[in-house]
Write a protein that binds this ligand. Structure first.
Ligand code: ADP
Ligand code: ZN
Length: 629
């Protein structure tokens, strides 16, 4: 993947200051554009190595280059790191005293620095542009450039002023960097910054070593523990929506014997540093955090990232899951999804929008920002509720094409997602029922009608006389309401806001009603009465090690054949369950957790054969479907 370097000065600086001997994809191109004084836009996922591309050229050109960054804390970290490596860098921020500023100016004039870090406000402040013009700046890098776009997930109005940069400091080249840019945001960055014939470089957002799974959230504590235990003793990050959630989850994990701590912006700087440090030094396995945790995590062997709630955009999801497996080894990402998260995010966004509206003199752009947040949230929710390959969904969102039919590393492609067989027909039945009750009732009532219930309301309104009454009588009411929610989440139905939400047809509905589109619905989970506990799954109770090892050998064989890591075939928990229950036939095999329909068909016969062989040699009973899972 890495590329060799044809510019000796670049190779020398890279080895001398960073100790690297190779460049990563696009780094060479980005450095070349920078050194040639050509404007550029570099889009690369977090951790791809963007910072090097604007730091190294300043050393090679022996110039003074400016780096614009939105967060003072991040700037300081970068400057500390650079100085550590012997690179003369300085940050100019609002916290400096008058005297300190004067001193830095003198040093800048004397040519003591290669890199100057600034916030946008600073760069465009009244006196600085003049000063920079006189001392001569070669290039300006703009980090987190998506902050300039209101379509991005982190719009910062002060970034807008960077549009005037070119006139204030003529002759500089401008290099925008971002980790998160959809095609729309990308276009916006190019325009807003007024880039001239820019070199646009877009790296891949796919992380092939990550396996994505999105599960309905049913029992948060149990589900999280299950995931954490699959990688016992290894590093995991758990993202939660609120500070309180992080504390609760960390608490529960500790009670279950996991070495976990929480992290959020409400902690003191010292407390946060401690968590960071302990995690980095591998003294701490699990961090339960809000989005505040992430910047500057330097642990590359994180094996699991669990989202206890849904993030508010695919950008966030990509970035947060991207903290798993940075060493390139397989890692897992599990999102526990619930529609309640959409409502929580929406509530938060509405509140801050209303507060900001009370004070703003620019309501237009506030409203636009708010609407784009809604869209980002809806996109994330669609990703979580659709049964489309997760790798594909993510990269296509970022404007890439995805070539593989089956990624082999997401729940959808692994056949773990149970789809409702006649999804489209069922969806049309639901929509017709909403039409019959004239889009005037809530989820519960629509579900009642579809199930053919006999409630007071139904009798009073004579909804038992509707043609759609009892149309889905073969399903339970909770299954039907789950399906209605899925249709709302996928955007085939709408729900009014407020205390008494009503389900309505929307502008998308007719295409589905007319049969012009197909939809995929997840099989509503019917609560299994026979279910193993997380502790049992994780434990070795009733598992013969020898049998486990035999199954493991088979798993390795299959993994080699399909060219995938073994856990893609079955996780350890499934092997243990197989060894524990020893299913006797294909039907019984289906009861084992982790054995989806597809895997059962593909690998089932071979695992049954291995179990047969073991039983023939060592004896022991087989399970025929009673008392399993
Ligand atoms: P980004 O800014 O894109 O999020 P960083 O610039 O922080 O990424 O780089 C991520 C990590 O990759 C850092 O630890 C950095 O030292 C490392 N890195 C960057 N370029 C290279 C390279 N050419 N060879 C090896 N490691 C690199
Ligand atoms: Zn996939």
């Amino acid at each position: 993947m890495d590329v060799t370097i044809d510019n000796p000065a670049v190779a020398e600086a890279l080895a001398r200051y960073w100790g690297f001997d190779r460049l990563r994809p696009l780094q060479g191109e980005a450095i070349a554009a920078n050194l040639a004084g050509r404007d550029s836009l570099l889009v690369m996922p977090t951790g791809g190595g963007k910072s090097l591309t604007y730091q190294l050229p300043a050393l090679v050109a022996n110039s003074l280059d400016v780096v614009v960054s939105p967060l003072v804390a991040l700037m300081k970290d970068q400057v500390d790191g650079l100085r550590e490596a012997g690179i003369p860098a300085v940050a100019f921020d609002g916290s400096l005293t008058h005297a300190e500023r004067g001193a830095i100016r003198d040093e800048l004039e004397a040519g003591a620095y290669r890199l100057l870090f600034l916030s946008p406000e600073m760069l465009l402040g009244s006196a600085l542009p003049n000063f920079l013009r006189t001392i001569g700046v070669r290039a300006v890098a703009i980090d987190e450039a998506h902050c300039i776009s209101q379509w991005g997930h982190d719009f910062r109005p002060e970034y807008r002023q960077l549009a005037g940069l070119r006139d204030l400091i003529p002759g500089v080249s401008i290099h925008a960097c971002t980790a998160t840019a959809t095609p729309r945001v990308r276009e916006d960055i190019l325009q807003q910054l007024n880039l001239r014939e820019p070199e646009v470089m877009v790296g891949s957002f796919d992380r092939p070593n990550l396996t994505y799974r999105i599960r309905p959230r049913e029992n948060r504590r149990k589900q999280i523990l299950e995931e954490v235990n699959r990688h016992a003793g290894e590093a995991a990050i758990i993202y939660a929506l609120s500070r309180r959630d992080t504390e609760q989850i960390a608490d529960a994990l500790r009670k279950d014997g996991v070495n976990a701590a929480f992290y959020h912006a409400g902690l003191t700087r010292d407390q946060r540093d401690r968590v960071h440090e302990q995690f980095a030094r591998e003294r701490l396995d699990v961090v339960v955090a809000t989005v505040a945790f992430g910047m500057g995590i330097d642990r590359s062997n994180v094996r699991t990232v669990i989202h206890a709630s849904m993030p508010r955009s695919i950008e966030h999801y990509q970035q947060e899951t991207g903290r798993a497996g940075r060493d390139g080894d397989p890692a897992e990402c599990v999102l526990l999804h619930s529609y309640a998260d959409v409502e929580r995010w929406r509530g938060l966004a509405e509140r801050s929008f209303n507060e900001a509206m009370a004070e703003t003199d620019d309501p237009e752009s506030l409203r636009a920002g708010f609407e784009s947040q809604e869209q980002l949230l809806a996109d994330m929710n669609a990703l979580a509720t659709n049964a489309i390959c997760r790798h594909r969904s993510i990269v296509e969102y970022f404007g890439e094409t995805y070539e593989q039919e089956n990624c082999g590393s997401c729940d959808v492609c692994l056949g773990e997602v149970d789809l409702l067989e006649d999804s489209t027909t069922v969806a049309r039945k639901v929509l017709s029922c909403v039409a019959r009750v004239e889009s005037r009732f809530g989820v519960q009532h629509v579900a009642d009608v579809l199930c053919g219930a006999d409630t007071d309301t139904i009798r009073r309104l004579r909804h038992d006389e509707l043609s759609t009454h009892g149309l889905l009588a073969d399903l339970t009411k909770s299954a039907v309401s789950n399906l209605i929610h899925q249709l709302i989440e996928q955007g085939w139905l709408s729900r009014t806001p407020g205390d008494r939400p009503v389900v309505q047809l929307n502008e998308q509905s007719p295409t589905l009603l007319r049969g012009e589109v197909e939809v995929s619905l997840l099989q509503p989970r019917i609560k299994k009465t026979r279910s193993t506990s997380a502790a049992e799954d994780a434990s070795w109770d009733g598992v013969e090690r020898g049998l486990f090892e035999a199954l493991r050998t088979l798993r390795r064989e299959i993994a080699d054949e399909i060219g995938k890591p073994p856990y893609v075939v079955f996780p350890d928990t499934t092997l243990r369950a197989l060894a524990r229950h020893r299913p006797a036939d294909m039907a019984t095999l289906g009861f084992i957790k982790g054995v989806g329909e597809k895997k059962r068909r593909s690998y089932g016969p071979r695992f049954l054969e291995a179990l047969d062989q073991w039983s023939a040699m060592h004896g022991g009973g087989r399970d025929i479907g009673i008392g399993v899972v």
